[in-house]
Each structure stands twice: as C-alpha cells, then as structure tokens.
Write a protein that binds this ligand. Structure first.
Ligand code: ADP
Ligand code: ZN
Ligand code: ZN
Length: 739
C-alpha cells in the first residue's frame, strides 16, 4: 500500500504531493488527514507531512519510493481534520485531491497589506442628536441614516457604511467637511463596535423561541450532537435563536461558524452579531482580499475569535474546537459550489460536524425540499416557528389571472388591479417594487389564451426553443418542431414568453407619467458599485417605483415599500429544470415578504398565466406545507432528488464530432459498469447553453435510489476516463444533485 503525503500546506505548494510506501505495521491505522513523519530530500531529513490519500498502486519508480517512518503522535490538529474532510469531499463530489485541498485549506498568498478606512464621529452625543434632527427636517435621508448609525457606534467600518448602509462617498465627504466625522485609516481588520458596549435590552423570548433554545441546550448538555432544521417565517426570530445557541456553545469554550448568503449579510445583521459578541466575531465576505481572508483564518486558528460569519467558504474556518455550524437561508442555491469539487455546504457542514463532534442548525422560511424531506424522515430535528416575534402581519396577496386580462381587452403587462394599487401608492407617497421573475429563463413556449406550456413527454420539464427553431428537452435530448397553434385550445397566441426589465420600465413610465422609476438588472448594474447606488437611491426615496429582476428581492429592507408586484410569475415556473417549482415558490414567497416591512401593512399582486399551479397558489397563500406536499409527490413520481439521487456528468470539447463520440462511449460504459445496480441513464443532451465560446457541451444524467451507487459509478468513470487518452481533449466534470 502507498500513501500520498503532502509536505507543505502553508504556501501555494499544495500541488506537490509525494508518494510513500506504508509499512505493514501501520497499514490498518493510517487514514487520510493523519500527520506522519517521512524522510525527505537527498539527506533524508525527517519532516512532518499529512496523508491525503491511500492507494494500492504507485505512480513512480518503485525502487525510489521511500517509506513512512511513523504516524505522528502529537494529537490531531485542525489541519488534519480539514484534510480528512477534503478527502471525503473528493470521494463524494468528484475532482482531484488537490482541488479539494485548495477548497478546504486556507492558502497564504503574498500581497501588500491593504489600508482599511473607518469613520469616527467627532461630535458628542447631544450635538450629534441635534444634527440628526436637522438632517431629518431638511429631508436629507442619507445623512440622517449615517448620523443615526454613528450615534449608535461612534466608530464605523468604512466598507460597512458604503456597502451595507448604502451611503455614497459625496455624503461622507460632506459630513467630513462639516467637521461631523473623520475618516481614519488602520492597517488591520478591526471590530467596528467598542468592546465595552453592552446589549441594549435583554430579549424576552417568545414561547416558540424558548422551546427551540431549550431543546438545543438540553441535547448539547447531554453530549448529543444533531442536525436541526428551524422552519420559521421571516421575522419569527430565528437569528435571535442562533445567537443564543452560539452563546451557549461559546460559553463552553467552543467556536461557531455562521453561514449567511452574501446578499443577506446586511449591515443590520452584521451589527447584531457584533453587539452580542463584541470583538470575538469575525466577518468574511467576498470583498476581502485573499490576504485579509488568510489573516482572519489565522486569527480563528489562534483562538482569537469565537464566531466566524460569512458565505459558503467560511465553512472551512480552522477553528480548534468547533461546536456549532449555523446555516441561515439554507435553501439558497449559492450554498452549492459551481467549481469542482461541486460540494453543497449543507452536506459538507453536516459531515464536518460529525467529524468534529459539533451540531448543525439549518434555518429558512422556505426550507429546501432536501432539508425538509430529511427532517421528516427523522434525519434532522425539525422545529417550526410560525409567528412573527413583533406581531407584524403578513402582506395581503392578490393573484391576477392574466388570461382573464387578455379576454377583457387589457393587453398591458400591468394588470388593472396592479395599476390601481400603484396609483394609490403614488398618491400616498409610498413605494412600489416590481419584480420580473426571470430566473433561469430559457425560452419556454406557452399559450397566452389558456396558459398551456409545452413540456417534454418523458421528463415533465418544459421544452426550450432553440435557434434552429426546434424545441428541445435539456434532460433527455427529446426534440420536436415548433408548434404554431396551442395543442390544448387551438389558439395562435402561442410562442416564446418575452419580456425584459427595460420594456417594463418604459411601460411603467408611460402608464404613470411623472412617477420616478429606477431599474435594476444586469444592464444597469454592470459598473462597480452600481448595485449599491441604485438601492441607496431607492432607500433614500429618490424614486417611487423600482423595477428589477430577482436582484431586488433579497437583502435590503425598505420600510416605505407597501406594494410588491410580481410580473410573469410563470417565467421561473417553466424553466427546463425539475427544481423550477421550488425556486418559484421560494422567490414568490420572498418577493411577497418585501411588502410591509415597516409599520404599515403591505399588499402584493402576483400576475400569472397559471393561477392554478400549486407553487403559485401556495406562495399566494403563504402556505409552505401545501407546497411541500405537492412538490414531493412530483419528485417521487419522477424520481428526482430528494426522492432519488442524481449525478450529472458534464462533458465539453471544442470538437463537436469528438464530443458526440466521447459521450456515446461514456454512456455505453455506464450501462456496462452499472451491472445489476438500479441506475437510470438519461441523455446525452445539451445543457441550457449548448455552446459557450466555441466549446460544445453535453450532459449525461444518472439516477439511482442511493447516493453510494452514484459515488461508485463516479469512481469507475474516473478510472475509465484516466486510462483512455481519447478523453484528454475533453473537460469532464461530475455534479451530484446539480442545482
Ligand atoms: P428572522 O431571523 O427569523 O427573520 P429575527 O431574529 O431577525 O428573525 O427577528 C426579527 C426582528 O424581531 C428583529 O428585529 C429582532 O431583533 C426582533 N426579535 C426577535 N426575537 C424577539 C423577541 N423575543 N422579542 C422582541 N423582539 C424580537
Ligand atoms: Zn391554449
Ligand atoms: Zn426529456
């Protein structure tokens, strides 16, 4: 037996892995992640290394392979745990050990330290408060917001102010010139909250919160480590619950990781954690440079922080004694990595927690099908939180059938109900958000008269129109010519659904002359910071109506928004993806939830051609249970995850002919290799986009009841691909349960 050993994990030398022979006496004990002592270099000096893999074959000249001297006895280090996790990820998601190690280990890169800036309030509290009132009177909203924040915390991180509080540079400069604040520089990342700060008010937990906290506390005290799923409506107090759980864990001298999708990592959320845990918290986000990221990882390793908050990659924080991993908004697709290894943070967190004796808490207002399915099967502990902690009521939702609008002669993209309510908002000086749902939009064909959508007869997902005029299924490759009339009602009003945010902006401007309209989509946010500028303009009430794509649904709270219009709710419903119903339900529920975050009750209008679809009905009724029951029936019927497991094999190549051939061989091999195992093979088909930059792409899907069957299939395919040089020209990737 031979072991792969990595010698240096400090620098960018992870690619250097050496093979050593394993002495028989330790063969049974040696596992990936273990630290070993090996002879190295010409003088065979003894150094330490980590085992990253074990194999029966040796890739080098056998006579030159050296032998491991011993397993290091100095206890398991955090690096060893992370390497063992990397080995698990390689096994379960595919790719190489190097790719897995690079994902998991903090990598030091040489670079110059960046200078951080911060703002300091120069006025005393009383003068500051007077100044705040002055800004409010003058209706200078941005200045007022900055002033209010500075009165809360007299030193603020510059980035927090610009990125999360949506304050622009001219506003900061103006206040600097007035002598209200100073812009200071500092070399290192520091907590913006003063250490002495105490929590403003003790929280009295609601009965629902209390139950969750107590159950967790009891389990933890009894050394029971589990995965918990908190299904709680927005505002039910989940974050408050996480913080209390973290407090308990930290009190025992352990550390916690909190994953929050970047877009939801708002100023308010960050501040709540700072207030509670002071400078024992560290925040990671994608704007940090590689060096800053590394420094934070090292601070965590050295025990200088207890809580790490960040997006997906924060999961690999090298805490010495990890006690808890929280994943907020666990349904978010950003928890799935798009790079090999294509891991899911939820599963990987659960694995890491098992290895390090920690607990996992998942939270969402609209849990993923996977999480809820596992919870119902008893794999996770399920908690329900149904009430908002501060008694705000949910928005009133109206569903408008757009087929009826057409029948009664309204050809506008805005229904009459929505127009009326928008007019009302303009008169009351309240704000409206119009959300064009075009996530994963892929050119499906539908009838404007009866709402019928053309679907694949085999896969039950919608067909997409291609440039050659044919309609195709992206799962199995089924194709048919384009239809001229609706097969259901015979109408000729059938075709590709087309609508863009720009068109909507025009229509809104024409319908409501004088209304101030902002648009947010890929086009208007191409420039750096454009995203923040648009949102801050809207937050400052410089516009009455914000038109946008799914970008506008998340993150920021706008208390003056009392109306949300969802245009073309169907667009995401009929994407060529088995998750389209789930995505639609989540997006609509979130969109509807944007209305009425302030004191006033909100209203929402959902415009649709399929008012009878369960995803639309359930989101209008804000009824998760109804949605889940329908959706799980569909998944079980069609054998899609979570009912069964799915493995996608992506193959791409510049030479289309060669690609076809390779896919043919791969499929043949799969059919042969599966033996008697229950594996269903689908495709090869073209994924959503057939060709990117002259590289052709294909996908083959494999379905099986157990994940392990697919892992074994992946292992065999990897071997098959490696020994056949014909595949050298291809890029081949595995994706388990793709999103
Ligand atoms: P979620 O994470 O479920 O959306 P939060 O924890 O953010 O909910 O709570 C929503 C709001 O209610 C926050 O402003 C929070 O401070 C407040 N809140 C939460 N729990 C309580 C409580 N027990 N008493 C008073 N306010 C609470
Ligand atoms: Zn029709
Ligand atoms: Zn199909």
């Amino acid at each position: 037996m031979f072991a792969d050993v990595i010698i240096d994990i400090q620098n960018e030398k992870l690619d250097k892995i050496f093979q050593y022979r394993i002495p028989e006496e330790i063969e049974d004990r040696l596992k990936p992640g273990m630290e070993v002592v090996v002879p190295f270099g010409k003088g065979n000096r003894q150094i330490r290394g980590y085992v990253t893999g074990i194999s029966e074959t040796c890739d080098y000249d056998l006579s030159k392979v050296k032998e491991i001297i011993a397993i290091s006895e100095k206890g398991v280090e955090i690096e060893a745990k992370l390497i063992a996790l990397a080995a698990w990820m390689k096994e379960n998601y595919g790719g190489t050990m190097i790719q897995a190690l690079k994902t998991v280990l903090p990598i030091k890169q040489k670079e110059n330290a960046k200078v951080k800036k911060r703002l300091r309030l120069l006025l005393d509290h009383e003068t500051g408060t007077r100044q705040l009132h002055y800004y409010l009177e003058k209706n200078q909203k941005a200045r007022a917001r900055l002033m209010a924040a500075l009165l809360d915390d007299e030193v603020l991180e510059y980035e927090l102010v610009t990125k999360k509080l949506n304050i622009t540079l001219p506003v900061i400069r103006a206040l600097e010139e007035q002598g209200v604040l100073a812009i200071e520089s500092e070399q290192v990342f520091r907590n913006p909250v003063k250490q002495t700060r105490e929590q403003a008010q003790p929280v009295i937990y609601t009965p629902e919160q209390k139950f969750v906290i107590e159950s967790f506390r009891k389990d933890y005290a009894e050394e029971i480590r589990r995965t918990y799923l908190i299904h709680g409506v927005t505002g039910s107090g989940k974050t408050e619950v996480y913080m209390e759980m973290i407090r308990q864990v930290v009190e025992e001298g352990k550390q916690a990781i909190v994953l929050i999708p970047e877009i939801a990592l708002t100023y308010q959320t960050v501040m709540r954690f700072y207030r509670r845990f002071g400078d024992r918290v560290s925040i990671m986000n994608s704007r940090l440079s590689a060096g800053e990221r590394y420094d934070q990882m090292m601070r965590a390793r050295a025990g200088k922080v207890d809580v790490m908050i960040g997006p997906r990659s924060a999961l690999f924080t090298p805490f010495p004694d990890l006690g808890l991993i929280v994943i907020d908004e666990e349904h978010e697709p950003t928890y799935k990595s798009e790079q090999t290894p294509r891991y899911h943070a939820r599963e990987t967190a659960i694995r890491r927690a098992q290895m390090e004796n920690a607990s996992v808490v998942l939270g969402s207002a609209t849990p993923s099908m996977e999480a809820m399915y596992r919870a119902r099967r008893g794999e996770y502990v399920l908690f329900e939180m149904k009430n908002r902690s501060r008694m705000q009521s949910m928005a009133e939702v109206y569903t408008v059938d757009m087929r009826e609008e057409l029948k009664s002669g309204n050809r506008s993209i805005l229904s009459r109900r929505l127009q009326e309510l928008m007019q009302e908002r303009l008169e009351k000086k309240e704000q409206t958000m119009l959300f064009l749902n075009r996530r994963g939009y892929s050119g499906f064909v539908s009838c404007r008269e009866c709402g019928h959508v053309i679907k694949c007869p085999h896969c039950s997902v919608s067909l997409s129109v291609h440039r050659d005029g044919k309609m195709r299924c992206h799962y199995c490759g089924y194709e048919q010519p384009r239809v001229e009339a609706c097969p259901e009602c015979g109408s000729r009003h059938i075709g590709e659904f087309r609508a863009g945010t720009q068109q909507i902006e025009e229509i809104v401007k024409n319908t409501f002359p004088g209304a101030r309209v902002l648009r947010m989509d890929m086009d208007t946010t191409r420039q750096k910071d454009a995203h923040e500028k648009i949102l801050s303009a809207f937050a400052n009430e410089e516009a009455d109506i914000l038109v946008g794509t799914q970008m506008i649904v998340k993150g920021h709270d706008f208390p003056n928004v009392t109306l949300v219009g969802v245009l073309a709710a169907d667009l995401s419903l009929y994407t060529d993806d088995y998750r389209s119903g789930e995505r639609t339900f989540q997006l609509l529920t979130q969109a509807v939830g944007r209305a009425g975050r302030g004191e006033r009750r909100g209203e929402a209008v959902i415009q649709t051609y399929s008012p009878d679809h369960y995803a639309i009905q359930a989101s209008a009724a804000q009824d998760y249970e109804a949605f889940y029951q329908e959706e799980i029936r569909y998944r079980e019927l069609m054998g899609y995850p979570p009912a069964e497991e799915l493995l996608a094999l992506y193959v791409s190549c510049e030479d289309e002919e060669l690609l076809e051939k390779a896919c043919h061989y791969l499929k043949e091999y799969i059919l042969m290799a599966k033996g008697r195992a229950e594996v269903q093979v689908i495709g090869p088909a073209s994924p959503g986009i057939e060709k990117i930059k002259d590289v052709y792409r294909r996908v083959i899907y494999m379905k099986a009841a157990q994940y392990d069957i697919l892992v074994r299939m992946k292992d065999r395919l990897e071997q098959y691909i490696e020994i056949n040089s014909g595949f050298d020209k291809m890029r081949i990737q595995f994706d388990f349960n793709p999103m």
